[in-house]
Design a protein around this ligand. Structure first.
Ligand code: BGC
Length: 532
């Protein structure tokens, strides 16, 4: 996932001296636990909501519908229940609200205390969930977990980006997403095991085991140091320099420290970060960040991630087979994310997104055709062969997502915003993402009930739209230093260049700086009349 506030960025592409020190390694483990926690929450809900004991206790209406079978209710509508969807979605609603508070605490208290706050929210949420006696307690637990997600997803990536030496920052960014996918897989495996527990408390174990990544995150937050960026931002300059020396493993930190001071000075000049974000010259990055989040969720990925076991059991798979298939898709998700880590800086972002677009479109259309023919409202004769084909198509779909929209939906916004809007841009990115995650979580089971197999056509149409967006409007950002995006990417783009008219730069320009560099105030060689 993305990080804002990359104040250690190498302005003008100059590299600073840095070793990979133990403290940086510990930070990686931190990232792992923050990502694991988010992923575990994404993955765990689908499994427990397909467990009969869980449904009987909290959603007896759904339980009766599932038991009644397809004679009374449509195959596609067995799990259609607002309360059940609220169990999944409440987390994201809480998360997007918490993002705003988290953006404040990361700035004023620091990254480390914000991660600690996230850990505490997680622990209380897990306890409430595992001990839940009624629906209210269950939802309250999910809301607290959501607050944890809001705080963690703002602070952890930011922390990572600031603590990482520049040359491994990109890899670390996708590493966070890798841990999200490991968290999802871990939850699927746990569900597979706990569903076999006879006493009716398997779901409690599933929800309770989220305590493991929660505790790791909390302990991690207590152990690590605050980032030098945050210390400088809050006026603790000597401490900031000492920490910088320690994490870089060298005394020669003057150039990076000077950069940090300058970045912090510039950031302070921007009095209203969110208003600044709305200015004309920030429009391309803002449009792209928001569009990528909406598109990422409209691929339909979370329909699979949240509801895979429910979906598979809708298709007539037995309980065990449904959970087992969710484990398979979870594993494909993890492995394909590794493909992205290796290829993103070689083949580039656009190639990955466009190839994945074709693969996702094809997979979804095949799934829709098979289901359309084989699974009707009150009967389903999905033979073993076709059932396997559906699982294979879901796997090719998940694989494509995992090396494209999954990690890049977070990576691209983080590398395109100029320094002075990067933090605010990150808040908007997280917020829009969680908003659309919430919408999918809340609506999917009802959409499945109404659209039936057509749900896959619906998502495939979105895949088509987003692929055209990538083709025409998303510039390649591979191997471009992040502080040079304006000059080398935006000002050269056939469409977005018209927004880069320096005459429209405001307070930052007026102070003589554009995107962290001294500006000579001259126009950059394109015709202002081409403005929209
Ligand atoms: C998305 C999540 C999704 C996950 C699946 C992330 O990039 O933001 O919503 O559940 O990928 O691996």
């Amino acid at each position: 996932m993305a990080g804002g506030g990359f104040a250690t960025a190498t302005a003008n592409g100059v590299e600073f001296e840095a070793k990979i020190t133990p403290i940086v390694i510990i930070s990686c483990i931190m990232a792992a636990t923050g990502g694991l926690m988010f992923g575990y929450d994404v993955g765990v809900s689908g499994g427990v909501t397909s467990m009969p004991d869980f449904l009987k206790k909290f959603f007896p209406v759904v339980h009766r519908k599932v038991e009644a079978g397809a004679d009374k209710n449509s195959n596609y509508c067995k799990y259609d229940n607002q309360g059940l969807q609220l169990f999944t979605s409440s987390l994201y609603l809480a998360g997007l609200t918490a993002t705003f508070f988290a953006s404040y605490t990361t700035r004023t208290l620091g990254r480390r205390p914000t991660m600690l706050i996230a850990g505490v929210f997680f622990i209380i949420g897990v306890v409430l969930n595992a001990a839940a006696q009624d629906l209210a307690m269950l939802i309250a637990g999910r809301i607290l977990l959501g607050c944890g997600v809001g705080f963690a997803n703002q602070a952890v990536p930011l922390f990572l980006s600031e603590i990482a030496p520049t040359k491994i920052r990109g890899g670390l960014n996708i590493l966070f997403q890798l841990n999200v996918t490991i968290g999802i897989l871990f939850a699927n495996l746990v569900n597979y095991g706990t569903a076999k527990i006879k006493g009716g408390w398997g779901w409690r174990l599933s929800l309770g085991l989220a305590g493991v990544p929660a505790l790791l995150l909390t302990v991690g937050a207590l152990l690590v140091t605050e980032t030098p960026n945050s210390l400088v931002e809050r006026g603790r300059l000597d401490e900031g320099k000492a920490v910088l020396r320690r994490i870089r493993g060298t005394d020669n930190v003057e150039p990076e420290f000077a950069d940090l001071l300058e970045a912090s000075r510039l950031a302070k000049e921007v009095k209203h970060p969110f208003r600044n974000l709305l200015q004309r010259r920030n429009r391309p990055q803002l449009v792209i960040a928001v569009a990528l989040q909406i598109f990422q969720q409209c691929t339909g990925i979370n329909a699979i991630m949240f509801y895979a076991p429910v979906l598979f059991s809708t298709l007539g798979f037995g309980n065990d087979a449904a959970l087992y298939s969710a484990v398979v898709t979870g594993a494909v998700n993890v492995l394909s994310t590794v493909v992205s880590i290796y290829s993103v800086d070689k083949v580039g972002r656009r190639v990955l997104l466009l190839e994945a677009g074709v693969q996702m479109f094809f997979s979804q259309v095949v799934i829709a055709i098979i289901l359309g023919i084989k699974v009707t409202d009150h009967s389903q004769n999905l033979s073993k062969g076709f059932a396997i084909l559906v699982v294979v198509m879901i796997c090719t779909y998940v694989a494509a997502f995992a090396w494209s929209w999954g990690p890049l939906g977070w990576l691209i916004p983080s590398e395109t915003f100029p320094l002075e809007t990067r933090s605010a841009g990150q808040s908007v990115t997280v917020c829009v993402n969680l908003l659309f995650t919430f919408i999918i979580a809340q609506a999917f089971l009802s959409m499945l009930c109404h659209f039936k197999f057509g749900i896959f056509i619906f998502f495939s149409a979105w895949v088509l739209v987003m692929s055209f967006f990538v083709m025409f409007l998303l510039p390649e950002t591979k191997n471009i230093p992040i502080e040079e995006m304006t000059e080398r990417v935006w000002k050269k783009h056939w469409f977005w260049a018209r927004f880069m008219d320096d005459h429209h730069d405001d307070q930052v320009f007026a102070s003589g700086h554009v995107n962290g560099k001294k500006s000579n105030g001259k126009s950059n060689g394109f015709d202002p009349s081409t403005r929209l």
